[in-house]
Design a protein. Structure first.
Lengths: 299, 306
């Protein structure tokens, strides 16, 4: 038996060889570069924390951070609100809505499409002069003049948020729906017999029981959102225009590294991004946890 | 809000009998009529939402069949007659099918490697006792939280030093180590496979490899299939890595080709550009038509398992 346990090492060996080579080593190498002025050619010099101090005072990076948060935040609020509402409608025992599979499939469809195709598509659909969206809105009479969606900072960010919402609300809906259907129907039936209103059922039963699922959606969405790249890269010129409104952190990282060859500095950007992601995840976890404790104490 | 306040007043238990008395009166005809009306509004809203989800694709499809002048001149949801011309212009500049082929090769190999080796690793972690097992597992879980971009620069340098730039290898081989899939499959196998099964097979004289291939692997298939969907979609949609690693247009994957399309001459003919996007999108839609139920249940399973 002891002898056979050695097979454990054999079976996990391929994983670890590849993992150490292609995951751990690059992460460490990036850490090393973040302390150097490496620019793609041999002979980099150690510069200590210079890249990191530069990062803290880099208005472009700070702007990119706030852009990313803004674009993600608006999208997340809309996405989760929509997903919750849809899930509540479809799980309502009194309404008994039909066609769940049909609607779900259509709501989810945008999520499956390659985001670069989506970005390219919206890039031309939202074009000021020749975009189909403006042409449609003009034809229907909703607007009198074409809106320049992608050339003004505010509308460009809003467009990005809405595109993300469009892509992701169906996914969130499926996940929330899975959570809602995991809740025993007995609770809802009992609440209905007791004469609870829809709002009471939602706020007292559904929402508290959904907390773990909502936490899951929020964390995964945030981690994905902080890494936003494809959409701003392909929606406009790849540099974050207009006025840097679509400059996200990963786009900044990419441009620093592969456009300007500032590999050392880009490595520091990567670690800055990592720390930000970590802090956000911890804050969300803690926030949820504290609320739960407060509730327990209150009860 | 008002309704809410009233509801809150109803909560104290002393009022319970009153509510129970009132309850049977509710399903009277007017209430039902109101519910029917409400349902109509809800269905209308849902259909509007469905249209919003689909209309960009519809615009894409119709514009793909219209000439550049037609697209520029106005909006229409009626198809045009320039599909062949648009395709001719498109294929003059880019070979979109080669992007398709490349994406397919990479995604299929990634999915297979990730599925097989994750199962192997999960099996090793689940059924063997060896030194450092728990530490390794925890380390793997911690590394799971690290976003992919963190190692991007190091990964690029590594590929450069290994002479692997502009090749598919750095896009495929790393799939052997997919921590999340390992984690998911291990959780699954521990619930469905009892260690006594392993013992029984050993007594019957099966080798460890044989046990893995003929007993464990088939049992893990549902979990592997679930994860494979995500692995495939993730790999198919991956843009940043191939963008950084691939230089020759004939090796471009579909997402990179989309970016290439944007900067190329094709972009001057909007009909062709729409067609290029449509070609990248339509096969996914067709696949989704057949797989939607399966994909939806995988998403649900992946989320609830956590």
């Amino acid at each position: 038996m002891k002898k056979l346990d050695r097979y454990g090492y054999v079976f996990i060996a391929p994983f670890w060889v590849v993992f150490l080579t292609f995951s751990i080593y690059p992460v460490l190498l990036t850490l090393y570069y973040s302390f150097t002025n490496y620019s793609g050619a041999e002979g980099e010099q150690i510069v200590g924390l210079a890249n990191y101090t530069r990062l803290l005072g880099d208005s472009y990076f700070i702007e990119a951070f706030f852009n990313t948060i803004k674009i993600w935040g608006v999208n997340f609020a809309l996405q989760i609100g929509g997903a919750l509402m849809l899930a509540l409608l479809f799980s309502d025992l009194q309404l008994k809505l039909k066609g769940l599979a049909f609607f779900r499939a259509f709501f989810y469809l945008p999520n499956l499409i390659t985001i670069s195709s989506v970005a390219l598509l919206f890039g031309i659909l939202l074009d000021w002069q020749h975009g189909s969206l403006n042409m449609m809105l003009l034809k229907v009479g909703l607007i009198d003049e074409p809106i320049s969606w992608l050339t003004q900072p505010v509308t460009a960010q809003l467009s990005a948020s809405l595109i993300l919402t469009w892509m992701w609300f169906g996914h969130s809906f499926i996940v929330v729906m899975a959570g809602v259907s995991g809740i025993s129907k007995d609770y809802f039936e009992a609440a209905l017999i007791d004469g609870a209103t829809r709002w009471q059922i939602f706020s007292r039963i559904t929402l508290p029981l959904l907390k773990p699922i909502l936490l899951y959606i929020m964390i995964t969405s945030l981690i994905g959102g902080l890494q936003l790249f494809d959409l701003p890269m392909l929606l406009t010129d790849g540099l974050g225009s207009p006025d840097g409104a679509l400059n996200t952190m990963v786009l900044y990282l990419y441009n620093q590294a592969f456009k300007y060859n500032n590999y050392g500095y880009a490595a520091a950007v990567a670690y800055g991004l990592f720390i930000i992601t970590l802090v956000f995840s911890i804050v969300i976890f803690k926030g949820m946890f504290r609320k739960e404790q407060a509730e327990k104490k209150g009860a | 809000m008002e309704q809410n306040a009233e509801a809150r007043r109803l909560v104290p238990q002393t009022e319970e009998p009153k509510r129970q008395l009132r309850r049977p009166e509710q399903p009277t005809p007017p209430a039902e009529k109101r519910a029917w009306f409400g349902k109509g509004v809800i269905y209308t809203g849902l259909i509007v939402l469905t249209i919003i989800c689909f209309i960009p694709f519809l615009m894409m499809l119709t514009n793909a069949t219209r000439s550049n002048e037609e697209v520029l001149s106005g909006f229409s949801l009626l198809p045009g007659t320039s599909l062949a011309e648009n395709y001719a212009v498109l294929s003059d500049y880019v070979n979109i099918w080669s992007g398709f082929k490349n994406s397919l090769i990479i995604s299929v190999l990634v999915t297979l490697l990730s599925g097989y080796f994750s199962a192997l690793t999960a099996f090793g972690f689940a059924f063997y006792q060896f030194k450092g097992k728990n530490a390794l597992f925890v380390f793997m879980l911690v590394m799971m939280m690290v976003p992919g971009q963190l190692g991007l620069i190091g990964f690029y340098e590594l590929s450069k030093n290994l002479g692997l730039l502009d090749s598919f290898i750095p896009l495929i081989v790393p799939a052997i180590a997919s921590p999340f899939v390992v984690f998911f499959v291990r959780q699954y196998i521990q619930t469905v496979m009892h260690p006594s099964l392993l013992e029984a097979a050993r007594i019957d004289g099966a080798s460890e490899w044989r046990i893995f291939h003929t007993i464990a692997l088939p049992m893990m298939m549902p979990a592997i299939a679930t994860m494979s969907i995500f692995t495939f979609i993730g790999s198919w949609n991956n843009y940043l890595m191939p963008l950084v690693l691939l230089f020759s247009p004939e090796k471009y994957t579909l997402p990179v080709l989309m970016g290439f399309l944007k900067g190329s001459q094709v972009a001057e003919n909007l009909g062709s550009l729409y067609l290029g996007i449509a070609i990248s999108v339509v096969p996914i839609m067709i696949a989704f038509l057949f797989l939607s139920k399966y994909i939806v249940s995988s998403i649900s399973a992946g989320a609830v398992k956590e």
